[in-house]
Structure formats: structure tokens, C-alpha cells
Write a protein that binds this ligand. Structure first.
Ligand code: SF4
Length: 385
């Protein structure tokens, strides 16, 4: 008989950890102690949990462990941002990005190695899909950001005030693990982030948005990127399955289930000549008029394997003005961390693709293979260090 796999304590929500201690005939408050050790003090050894009796630690060591993903390498941008390459159990590498701003620090984390969806403006989508990240691999990104930025020094202010699930992957296609990870983010005995500061960004997996109501009250961002079904289906294939009307209905229902006045953020990547005409802005204003929301415009960030171009500054301001004149709160995302390939839509890891998509794109863009090899070489180099 093979050895039983140990439970990874790093990815257990408070609810699951309490259930585990109850099964061990131990008081459920032990869960809070363990979470504090792992997520507030950075413990990776059960034996270091000195406020837990030696005998209980011994029992825990028999059945459980603390396993976090591995950081392979780090990049620092001239604007103060950081990008880390994280190796997950499947062997794939994913990316996470930390962006400091005045009064807050935002961590953009990944939920999948690659992505099974194929949004035409997104570098991750071009890599195909490898695997879902476990809850420990998702929360492990926040753990590592704390470790790298302050070493879990309790005297220092926590560096990450906001988490956005906008890295690699579609979070709602990895529902259970994402829900566990965000519940850990929000627990006072772990990272204590407010529900307003944890945002799930989705391309519009409607049944999962409907299901979210029973699991979380985190904030929501929708990758919309087009004002009508015809255009959206061209640039986001998921729209063929869940068209805009269904999507917006599910968003309204989710927002109505929160007992506060939060509104969703509508993300709109502006791509030159594709979705950045004035008429698109007018149509967008009309489309969203019954959904209280904020709109975030993201001028397209170029990457290899894409022919799209960034729109001019004047076309971005025209688009913004039309929406503002229609009464919307509109922000334009300033490009951060572009020099380390960590701007929005640029994230690529090293994904052992289980689809044929990455091969297909590389055939279409052969000259770009060289640059992805450079990334691979960097990772290989870092692995040896
Ligand atoms: S934008 Fe999001 S959902 Fe679309 S391909 Fe990229 S990671 Fe996947």
C-alpha cells in the first residue's frame, strides 16, 4: 500500500482546519494558532509552533506538512514593482506581480498555469493550459510576497493591502481552490484583508459567478472589452457560451447579494482599430446604463505572439471622455512594470501546454520564439542559482 499523502496546512481555510482539529478531538481554536504561525509569522515547520503542545505537534507532523510553491527568480522594475516567477507542483511556472502605490500595495496573483480560454489580447491565453493551482499555491503567492518584502516582520506594516486575481488563468474555472485561498486572505488570523480589497477578475464564467454568492463576498471585476456580442465573441471566445446579457445579469445578482454599496469594475482593454472607436464608447455607455459600475480602461500592452497595437493617447482620452460625459467613473490604468514584462495582459510563465494552442501560435509567429526562449533561459539560469 502506498504512503498516504500528507495534508498541506498552508492551503486549508479556517473552516477546513477547524474541521481537521475536531476530527483529531482537539479544540477548533487550534486552527487559528496554526494559521497565525503560517500566514502571519511565515512558519514552514510544524515544530516551530511553540504554543502547541509537543504531543499535538507530533501528531500533526504524522499527518500534515506545510508546503509552499518555490520562487525561481525575481525581477524588479525601475518603478518599484516586482515580478516573481513561481514554480508549482505540476512543474509549470507562473507569475505574480507586486505594484506599490501611494497608500497601498497591490499583488496580482495567478490561479492557473496557463489558461484554457483564448482571449485574443492576452499573452497567457496564447500558452495554452496546464493545470489549476492548488489553494496552497494560490495563497503561497501572497505568503511569498510578505516573505520577500518584509520577511514577516510583525513590526513592519504589511506590504500587501490589495490582492487582485488578475494574473495567469481564469479564477472561476478553479473555483474551489480560489474560494479557499481568498477566504484565507480575508481571515483575521491570517492576512486580514478586507473584502473590498480582494478582487476576483473574471472573463465571465456565468454559472460560477452565480455560485459565488454562497461562498464569498469578495469584490468583482469583469473583463468585458467589447460593447456588443459580435465583437466580444471575436476577441473573447467565452462570450459565445455566456453572452453579455447573461453575464451582466449574473453580475447584478452577485452585487445585489452583498450588503453594501460596492460596484463592480468593468475592465476594458483598448486595442487600436479593434474596440477603441468613439461609437464603441457610446455603445458601452448605453450597455452599462442599468449597472452601477466603475470602468477601468487599459491601453493594450504589446507582447510577442500578438499583432495588436496600443491606441494613441488621444484616442484613449476621447474614449474616456465619452464615458465620463455619460456619467461613469472612469480610470485609465497607467502601465506599470512594463520593463519586466509584468504589465496587464503580458504575464507568461513556462507552461507545459496540454492543448495544441501554444504550438499553433508559435507556428504563426515563428520569429517570436526566440524571445520566449530568452525567458526560458532566465528561468533555467535561476533554477541553477
Ligand atoms: S484574459 Fe484571463 S481568461 Fe482570457 S486568456 Fe487571459 S488569463 Fe485567460
Amino acid at each position: 500500500m502506498g504512503e498516504l499523502k500528507k495534508i498541506n496546512l498552508a492551503g486549508l481555510s479556517r473552516h477546513k482546519l477547524r474541521a481537521m482539529f475536531e476530527k483529531l478531538d482537539e479544540k477548533p481554536f487550534r486552527a487559528d494558532q496554526v494559521m497565525k504561525w503560517i500566514h502571519q509569522r511565515g512558519a514552514t515547520e510544524i515544530n516551530s509552533m511553540t504554543d502547541i503542545s509537543k504531543s499535538l505537534r507530533g501528531r500533526l507532523i504524522e499527518i500534515s506538512e506545510i508546503l509552499l510553491p518555490r520562487i525561481l527568480t525575481s525581477f524588479s522594475s525601475s518603478d518599484g514593482s516586482h515580478k516573481w516567477i513561481v514554480q508549482v507542483e505540476s512543474g509549470s511556472k507562473v507569475e505574480m506581480v507586486y505594484i506599490p502605490e501611494s497608500g497601498r500595495g497591490t499583488l496580482c496573483i495567478s490561479s492557473q498555469a496557463g489558461c484554457s480560454l483564448d482571449c485574443s489580447f492576452c499573452a497567457t491565453g496564447k500558452q495554452g493550459f496546464n493545470s489549476n493551482l492548488s489553494a496552497a499555491e494560490i495563497i503561497g503567492q501572497l505568503w511569498w510576497a510578505n516573505k520577500k518584502l518584509t520577511g514577516f516582520n510583525e513590526m513592519k506594516e504589511r506590504p500587501v493591502s490589495n490582492v487582485v486575481m488578475m494574473g495567469m488563468g481564469e479564477p472561476l474555472l478553479n473555483f474551489d481552490n480560489v474560494m479557499d485561498a481568498i477566504s484565507i486572505m480575508m481571515e483575521d488570523c491570517a492576512y486580514g484583508l478586507s473584502k473590498r480589497k480582494v478582487t476576483i477578475s473574471t472573463s465571465g464564467v456565468v454559472p460560477a459567478i452565480e455560485k459565488m454568492r454562497g461562498f464569498t463576498d469578495a469584490s468583482l471585476a469583469i473583463s468585458l472589452h467589447a460593447p456588443n456580442d459580435e465583437l466580444r465573441s471575436q476577441i473573447m471566445p467565452i462570450n459565445k457560451k455566456y453572452p453579455i446579457e447573461q453575464l451582466l445579469r449574473s453580475v447584478k445578482d452577485y452585487m445585489a447579494s452583498l450588503n453594501d454599496k460596492r460596484v463592480p469594475v468593468i475592465e476594458y482593454t483598448l486595442i487600436k482599430g479593434v474596440n477603441d472607436h468613439r461609437q464603441h464608447a457610446r455603445d458601452l455607455a448605453e450597455l452599462l446604463k442599468s449597472l452601477p459600475c466603475k470602468i477601468n480602461l487599459i491601453p493594450f500592452n504589446t507582447f510577442s505572439l500578438s499583432n495588436y497595437e496600443r491606441p494613441s493617447n488621444s484616442s484613449v482620452s476621447n474614449f474616456r471622455k465619452i464615458l465620463k460625459d455619460a456619467g461613469y467613473t472612469v480610470t485609465v490604468r497607467t502601465t506599470r512594470a512594463d520593463d519586466i514584462g509584468a504589465a496587464c495582459g503580458q504575464l507568461v510563465g513556462d507552461v507545459a501546454d496540454q492543448t495544441s494552442r501554444s504550438t499553433r501560435y508559435k507556428k504563426r509567429f515563428p520569429r517570436e520564439i526566440q524571445s520566449s526562449n530568452i525567458d526560458r533561459n532566465l528561468v533555467a539560469l535561476a533554477e541553477k542559482m
